[in-house]
Structure formats: C-alpha cells, structure tokens
Design a binder for this molecule. Structure first.
Ligand SMILES: Cc1cc2nc3c(=O)[nH]c(=O)nc-3n(C[C@H](O)[C@H](O)[C@H](O)COP(=O)(O)OP(=O)(O)OC[C@H]3O[C@@H](n4cnc5c(N)ncnc54)[C@H](O)[C@@H]3O)c2cc1C
Length: 356
C-alpha cells in the first residue's frame, strides 16, 4: 500500500536495536511524506475526522508514494483500492529501483533462483544450495545474508538443520471493518491515507477497502448480507485493524503454517472492532450494515527472532550467516514493516563493510 512507518520506539528501548540514523537517511533520500491533503480522499478524511472527534489520534499516513512520479512517466495519478494488486500509475517507489542501482554499480543478480539450504562446515557458512529453473547450483562466499522473508527464511534454516527457526510467529493479523454510507466510500480513494496507532491497546487502524473483485470473495464468508453489500461497494467505508498479535503457531517442517489467535489477541481484536464500529457510525455508516470481514495475515514475521536466533547485529550462531528481513522482528511490529526492514538492511551493510 506504499505506507512508510517509523520503527516502533520499543525496538530500541526493549531490544537495544537502534536504526534511527538509517531510517532518517531513507526518509530523506526517498522524501517520505503523506499524500497532499486533496489526494487523501473525502471518505477517508471523514473517517479520520470522526476518529479524532471521538478522541483518537488519527494522522496522515507517510507514504512511499509520490503523485509527481506518475506525471514524470506520462501517466495520471490514479491510486485506489486496487493499488494493493500492483501500482499501475507509477506513483509508488519500488525497492527494485535500488537493485537497478546495485547492478549499475557492478552487482550480479541471478533471477529465478530458489535457495534450498545453507551448507555449514566447522560451524561456519560454507555455501548456498538451490536451483535455478530446476538446475541445481551452489554459491560460495565469505558472508551470506538470507532475506527470503518471514516464511522463506525459517524454511531455509530448517532445511539447514538450525533448531528453533519457525517456532512461533507474528503476523500483524489484519482485518477490515465495513459500514455502508449514503455518500461515496473509501474504495475509489488511495488506501491507508490516514492511520491511528494505539500502541498501548495493541493495534493500529487505517482507512482501507478491499479491491472491488476481492471484496465479495471476503465478504461472502461472513454471510449473504455482507456479500450483497458488494452492490454498494462504492459506498462502503472501510477501516483496517492491524493487531499486535502474540507469538504463536509457526512454520512447520511438514510445510504447514499455523497462526492461532491467543486469548489476548481475541480481546484486543474485540476492543479494536468496537472502536471501529463507533468511528464508522460517527462517519455516517448505517449501524446495521457494519461487519468484520474474515481475518488475514499480512506480515509473516518474527520467525527468526532477534535475541533468540540472531543477535542484534543479525548474525546467526553460524559464522558468516546473517538474516535480514521481517523474520528477525522480536515481536509483532504492528505497523507497515518496510521502512524498518530497510533500516535493518542499511545498518547491517554498515556492520559488514566496517569489518572489511
Ligand atoms: C497486501 C499487502 C500490503 C502491504 N502494504 C505494505 C505497506 O504499505 N507498507 C509496508 O511497509 N509494508 C506493507 N506490507 C508488508 C510488507 O510488504 C512485508 O512485510 C515486507 O515486504 C516483508 O519483507 P521481507 O523482506 O521480510 O520479505 P519479502 O518482501 O516477502 O521478500 C522475500 C523474498 O524472498 C523470496 N524467497 C522466498 N523464499 C525463497 C527461497 N527459498 N529462495 C529464493 N528466494 C526466496 C520471495 O519470493 C520474496 O521475493 C504489505 C503486505 C501485504 C500482504
């Protein structure tokens, strides 16, 4: 959704991980800021104002999105719910742009490579093993940084015989609450233009509607009434809940992923739902139309946690083997993850190059 969020303060306070300098560098380099007021959407702004009127601290969400980038590419800025299926108008910054820079500076990229495991010899990283389009390969280096994400990285570590990877995970369990409004809804507006962080209560809220075609697929699982609201999709107001979920479940060696809600998660979710319900009514939604779509997991993370399987420099117990992605989060981030992951990556790059 092109959202950028500063790392949570607890990362430094509770876990000693300080990436403030790196995050500030990225914020300046990419000129991260909220969308201008006139592009935040009338319905989204109505929801934020309703939240503020009820005493919640809604703020314009900083974005990796720049409307002027569309213009530079000869396109029209046209950001709406289906932006989550890929940016068509070119306004969203894409991390692949940095890959292009790395390639221009001499890096080699191998596309379509699937890493299976790391080979360890005498307690030290020796090689990466995998395949490229079915053809096996082995890659040797002094140092390797696994970045296969909250699901991929623990699987590679499990295949490599590292105990503990993938036991327990966080997900920032996510759900949208909808209510029908007599006016235009949030679907045709850029997603997540306004947010509200409630760290003490353990959830984040933001303005968001499922894309038109995805909406009925989700809503039908809540019954025929919510599904029929598809006909009123353009008038639905949507508020997303991201839950700071407890560590539970995990990535199992049989290939399954399980992420049950704990009793605490359920309590926080119920609280957040009640807050959303009040905000939607205040914003003009019809009380009887309000419902919660089925839960989704958007941020698989916390599967190779700092202080557990990697140290605060992101090194595993294996010499030369590092991890840098959402799997290292020590607890649920409960916010957009990308800026924090970039901060980790820049800090790790500094750490590794300072050792040369
Ligand atoms: C719908 C949606 C919207 C989101 N919007 C935002 C947002 O607005 N802002 C934000 O900050 N976050 C957002 N997120 C979350 C964010 O995209 C992820 O948390 C983040 O990309 C995780 O980064 P990562 O590096 O851990 O993993 P990934 O981005 O998943 O990268 C891991 C990569 O490794 C590859 N891989 C996996 N296994 C292997 C293997 N064995 N061999 C080789 N390659 C492998 C994968 O294909 C993938 O390309 C959103 C998530 C969803 C689902």
């Amino acid at each position: 959704m092109g959202c950028a969020a500063d790392p949570p303060v607890w990362l430094k306070d509770r876990h000693g991980v300080d990436i403030d300098i790196e995050v500030k560098e990225v914020t300046d380099e990419l000129n991260i800021r909220p969308l201008p007021q006139d592009l935040r959407g009338a319905a989204s702004t109505r929801i934020a104002r309703a939240g503020q009127a009820l005493g919640y601290d809604w703020f314009p969400q900083p974005k990796f999105i720049k409307p002027e980038r569309s213009k530079q590419q000869g396109k029209r800025f046209n950001c709406r719910a289906n932006c989550m299926l890929g940016c068509r108008c070119g306004a969203k910054w894409n991390a692949a742009e940095w890959v292009d820079e790395a390639v221009a500076a001499g890096a080699r990229v191998r596309e379509g490579a699937c890493v299976k495991a790391v080979k360890i010899e005498n307690g030290r990283f020796a090689a990466l093993e995998g395949s490229i389009r079915g053809v096996p390969f082995t890659a040797r280096a002094d140092t390797v940084v696994l970045s296969a994400g909250g699901i991929g990285t623990p699987r590679i570590l499990q295949n490599s015989g590292l105990d503990g990877a993938g036991i327990g995970m966080t997900m920032d369990t996510t759900v949208m609450i909808y209510g029908a409004s007599p006016d235009k809804g949030t679907g045709k507006e850029p997603p997540m233009t306004w947010s509200c962080e409630n760290e003490d209560a353990g959830y984040m809220l933001s303005t968001l509607t499922d894309p038109w075609l995805m909406y009925p697929l989700a809503a039908v699982r809540k019954g025929i009434g919510p599904a029929l609201n598809w006909l009123r999709w353009s008038k639905m107001l949507g508020v997303m809940i991201k839950l700071k979920d407890d560590i539970s479940g995990g990535i199992y060696p049989d290939g399954k992923i399980r992420k049950p809600l704990t009793a605490g998660d359920t309590e926080r979710l119920n609280d957040a739902f009640e807050v959303c319900r009040r905000i939607l009514i205040e914003a003009g939604a019809k009380k009887s139309s309000i419902f919660m779509r089925p839960l989704i997991g958007t941020h698989p993370s916390g599967t190779v946690r700092i202080e557990d399987l990697v140290d605060i420099d992101l090194k595993t117990e294996i010499e030369g083997l590092y991890v840098c992605d959402a799997s290292v989060f020590p607890e649920a981030l409960d916010r957009p993850t990308v800026l924090t992951i970039i901060g980790f990556a820049k800090r790790l790059a500094r750490h590794l190059t300072s050792k040369d």
